[in-house]
Design a binder for this molecule. Structure first.
Ligand code: UDP
Length: 244
């Protein structure tokens, strides 16, 4: 299946149409952005690494009964995905306090949450992706109440599966962001990607707060060795089979 028209170019991926309207081709880029694209750069090999990590994790989730947009990964940095209408929501799941949760609440970085926290952000660059209350989410008609319940359940199940998987990799899944879409049959599918760009991942063999970081925080905060950290995640993820 060949790539057709460029449909959309985002910060980390380009989406192309294909000859099947139900299928799109996602091309993963090396470009990296942070802080709502105020910081821009490139991470060598990121496109291929994130495509391979996402492919493995989507296959894992599918095997565990989660519906995703993933169909196939025909080349190193390309993924065939089901055409969906993306809900304008970023669903964030947190196991350990980091990033904006720490900054906005004062809870110290690294505090382990007694139960996972699910948050919804408005996917809107112009507004800076603000945190939503459920009333605001419904005010803006970003999802139906039934969809919100479905999203929360799916996010918690995905968290359980991914946390267990990363644990086997010697990596702690601190938090992550998910995006979902609705297909032509109105089914809710997990979309976008799951990678060190969208997850906070801490190496369990390192307690140093900077050394342990294996995700985009290395790029965000100029911690160095970004490519090596992503490669380490890739190697550990691929070393774990997706069988239950
Ligand atoms: N995240 C993301 N894209 C975004 C915002 C957040 O993938 O536009 C991920 C981020 O990598 C982290 C989690 O969502 O794993 C929670 O991010 P947080 O709200 O703490 O924001 P940040 O500190 O990244 O600004």
């Amino acid at each position: 299946m060949s790539a057709g028209q460029k449909l959309y170019e985002g910060k980390a991926k380009i989406l192309y149409t294909t000859d099947d309207p139900q299928v799109l081709l996602a091309h993963f880029k090396d470009d990296a952005t942070a802080f709502n694209a105020q910081k821009r750069g490139s991470i060598a090999g990121k496109g291929e690494m994130n495509c391979a990590i996402s492919t493995h994790l989507f296959q894992l989730l599918e095997a565990e009964g989660i519906s995703t947009h993933w169909i196939n990964s025909p080349s190193a940095n390309e993924m065939q995905v089901r055409t969906v209408k993306i809900l304008p929501l970023e669903v964030v799941v947190r196991n350990i306090v980091a990033g904006s949760l720490s900054q906005q609440t004062g809870i110290p970085l690294g505090t382990v949450l007694t139960q996972p926290l699910v948050e919804f952000y408005y996917k809107n660059d112009a507004l800076g992706d603000p945190l939503l209350t459920s009333d605001r989410l419904f005010l803006l008609k970003l999802a139906t109440p039934a969809q919100v319940e479905q999203l929360r359940d799916a996010a918690l199940k995905i968290n359980q599966i991914l946390s267990g998987f990363f644990e086997k990799c010697g990596i702690t899944l601190v938090d992550f962001k998910l995006e979902f879409g609705v297909d032509a049959q109105n089914h809710l599918l997990l979309a976008d990607e799951i990678s060190p760009d969208t997850c906070r991942l801490w190496n369990q063999t390192d307690s140093d707060p900077n050394q342990r970081v294996m995700d985009k925080d290395r790029f965000r905060h100029d911690l160095g060795n970004v490519e090596a950290a992503y490669r380490q995640v890739l190697e550990r993820v691929l070393a774990q089979s997706i069988q239950k």
